[in-house]
Design a protein around this ligand. Structure first.
Ligand code: CP
Length: 331
C-alpha cells in the first residue's frame, strides 16, 4: 500500500477539502481523552530545514494531543545533511521513514516535499517547501474564513503580498476550488503594475500557474493599489509581509532586514474603522509591520484565532494521512 501524503492542494478535490474541514471540526469537539488515543503508539517526525514557530510546534502539539510521540529536528546543522558528507534529502527521508510513522517536512527547495514523498514508505506532510506550497496553513486559513463567513463560496477575498509565495499559492488554489466570487490582489512594490492602454491594468508578476488556476475556475481577479480599497470591498483579507527574502534561500544566509512596508500596504485599526470594513483580517504569520498589532483588538482581527484554528487543522492533517480518527475505516 502506498502511503497517503499531503503535499499540494492540487492533489485535493472539493470533497477531500470538505472532509478535512469536517475532521478539524470533529477533532476540536472530541473529549481530550478520546482524542489522545487516535495516534497512540505512533511516532511523528518533524524535519525542519527552515525556521518555523507555528508549523513545527503546531504539528508537534497536534501529534502529542492525538497521543503520538514526537521526534525530529528544527536545526538541520545538527544532522548529517550539512556536514562533510552532505547526506541527500532522499537518504535522510528513507532513514527517517525506517524510524517513524509519519513525516512533516519543511524545506527551502521548491518541490522538496514531493521528492520526499516519492521515496518515503510513510506519509509525508508538506510543512512549506520553498516558494511552492504550504497546504496545511492554507487549509487552516480557508477553514477559518469558511467558519466565520458561513462559506467562502461567493466571497471576495483580498491577498496582500506576493501571490507567488507558498501560503498564498496554496490558499488561492483552495479558494478557487471552493468557488470564491473574486480575488483582489495588492502586490509588493517590487512587482509594479503595468498600465496596459485600453486594456487597463495588466500584470506580469502573478505566476502563470495561479493565473491558470483562476481562469480554469472562472474566478476573476483584480489589482488594488491601496489596502483601503481592499478593506472596503473584501469579505476577508489574507496578508503577508510585502518585503521578504526569497523563501528558497538557505536560512543560514539570511538576516533580519529593516521594516520598510510602504503605507499603502499597511493595515491598522484606524484604517479599518475609517473604511467601515467588516473584512476578516488574517495573516498566516509571522507578521512584520504590514499588520499593526492594534488590529488584534478588533473583532475582525484574527491573527491569533488563526493559530488556534491551525492546531485543529494540523490534527486533521495527521489523521488524514494516517487514516486514523475521523478517517479510520469501520472494522
Ligand atoms: N505560517 C507559518 O508557516 O509560520 P511559521 O513559519 O512560524 O511556521
Amino acid at each position: 500500500m502506498h502511503p497517503r501524503h499531503l503535499i499540494s492542494v492540487r492533489d485535493l478535490d472539493v470533497a477531500t477539502i470538505t472532509s478535512i474541514f469536517e475532521a478539524a471540526t470533529a477533532l476540536g469537539a472530541m473529549a481530550p481523552e478520546d482524542r489522545s488515543r487516535i495516534l497512540r503508539g505512533r511516532l511523528l517526525t518533524v524535519l525542519f530545514f527552515q525556521p518555523s514557530t507555528r508549523t513545527r510546534i503546531g504539528f508537534e502539539s497536534a501529534g502529542l494531543k492525538l497521543g503520538a510521540t514526537v521526534s525530529g529536528f528544527s536545526d538541520p546543522s545538527t544532522t548529517r545533511s550539512v556536514d562533510y558528507i552532505g547526506e541527500s534529502l532522499e537518504d535522510t527521508i528513507r532513514v527517517i521513514a525506517e524510524l517513524g510513522d509519519m513525516i512533516v517536512l519543511r524545506h527551502f527547495v521548491s518541490g522538496a516535499a514531493r521528492h520526499a514523498a516519492a521515496v518515503s514508505s510513510v506519509p509525508v506532510i508538506n510543512g512549506g517547501d520553498g516558494t511552492n506550497e504550504h497546504p496545511t496553513q492554507a487549509l487552516s486559513d480557508a477553514w477559518t474564513m469558511a467558519n466565520r463567513l458561513g462559506s467562502v463560496e461567493g466571497a471576495v477575498v483580498g491577498i496582500v503580498g506576493d501571490p507567488g509565495t507558498r501560503v498564498h499559492r496554496s490558499l488561492i488554489q483552495i479558494l478557487a476550488l471552493l468557488g470564491v466570487a473574486k480575488i483582489l490582489l495588492l502586490v509588493p512594490p517590487s512587482a509594479p503594475l503595468r498600465i496596459g492602454g485600453s486594456m487597463g491594468i495588466t500584470h506580469c508578476t502573478v505566476p502563470a500557474d495561479i493565473v491558470a488556476t483562476l481562469k480554469a475556475a472562472k474566478v476573476p481577479y483584480e489589482f488594488c493599489s491601496d489596502v483601503r480599497d481592499m478593506l472596503a470591498e473584501a469579505d476577508a483579507i489574507e496578508m503577508m509581509p510585502v518585503s521578504i527574502p526569497g523563501l528558497e534561500s538557505d536560512p543560514r544566509s539570511l538576516s533580519k532586514g529593516e521594516n520598510v512596508t510602504p503605507e499603502q500596504y499597511r493595515v491598522t485599526a484606524q484604517k479599518i474603522r475609517a473604511t467601515g470594513s467588516r473584512a476578516l483580517i488574517m495573516h498566516p504569520g509571522p507578521r512584520s509591520d504590514e499588520m499593526h498589532p492594534d488590529v488584534d483588538d478588533l473583532p475582525n482581527g484574527l491573527f491569533f484565532d488563526q493559530v488556534r484554528d491551525s492546531l485543529q487543522m494540523r490534527m486533521a492533517a495527521l489523521t488524514y494521512v494516517c487514516g486514523a480518527g475521523p478517517y479510520s475505516r469501520p472494522s
